[in-house]
Design a protein around this ligand. Structure first.
Ligand SMILES: Nc1ncnc2c1ncn2[C@@H]1O[C@H](COP(=O)(O)OP(=O)(O)O)[C@@H](O)[C@H]1O
Ligand SMILES: [Mg+2]
Length: 222
């Protein structure tokens, strides 16, 4: 068994635009190992969210393979992909996307797959992320940084293979943003996940293991 948890092989994706098609991802390949934290940077509109959506099985590529934890996902039916996504992929978005009428512990329980109750408990994660005291709070009664930390806990709750974060610091000030990325890094290392983060924030790149640039449909290392 290889320790590569996320692999994209020759992924291509185009969208129709005004008078033809725009190739957003042009034959992209990428491998992320267990415990590795990789950043993707690039101008707005360069395809970063498209790449993350394909890695997270939210969007199908036109060609190429997505392999998660050794499972090649290209041709599976949508119900299989949904179940697979829930167990194997943790998402962290630009804004926290918590449900306003649920307390923190219930945000986690709603997402938690019963199979994983023993391996990663909600309390462990809340403690690691420094928000145990928020367990009984609603999102409206927490700070932006605390809400994003709940979103991180939710991403890790089912012990996924991979963590995908799309501009997780966008709604935070520099200090809180950096802290949130530190927490993603620490949990990725501690729990042996493969993490891919899209960011505009150059100031957090030193916290990642590797930085890749997406421009003109191509992914290049720095
Ligand atoms: N569903 C879609 N239909 C058509 N064009 C799209 C769609 N999603 C993204 N695009 C286009 O693909 C390009 C890349 O978008 P995106 O991946 O959101 O970029 P980024 O996250 O780097 O800002 C943009 O030009 C965008 O307009
Ligand atoms: Mg984007």
């Amino acid at each position: 068994m290889s320790d590569i948890l996320l692999q994209l092989n020759n992924v291509t994706k185009s969208f129709a635009d005004g008078n033809g098609t725009q190739t957003v991802l042009d034959d992209i390949s990428l491998a992320v190992k267990a415990g590795e934290f990789v950043a993707i940077v690039g101008p707005s509109g360069s395809g970063k969210s498209t790449l993350l959506s394909i890695a997270g099985l939210l969007l199908s590529p036109d060609s190429g393979d997505v392999i998660i934890g050794g499972n090649t996902m290209l041709n599976s039916k949508s119900n299989i992909r949904t179940a697979f996504r829930r167990k194997h992929i943790g998402f962290i978005f630009q804004t926290h996307q918590l449900l306003p009428y649920l307390k923190t512990k219930d945000q986690l329980l709603l997402f938690q797959d019963k199979e994983y109750n023993d391996s990663v408990t909600a309390n462990d994660l809340l403690e690691d992320l420094g928000i145990l005291e928020c367990a009984n709070k609603y999102p409206a009664n927490m700070s932006g940084g605390e809400r994003q930390r709940v979103a991180i806990a939710r991403a890790f709750i089912n012990d996924p293979d991979i963590i995908l974060a799309d501009e997780p610091t966008a709604s935070l000030d520099a200090t809180r943003g950096r802290y949130v990325v530190e927490l993603i890094r620490n949990q990725t290392k501690k729990r042996g996940k493969a993490a891919l983060m899209v960011t505009h924030d150059e100031r957090v790149l030193d916290l990642t293991d590797r930085v890749l640039h997406l421009t003109d449909g191509k992914l290049r290392s720095m």
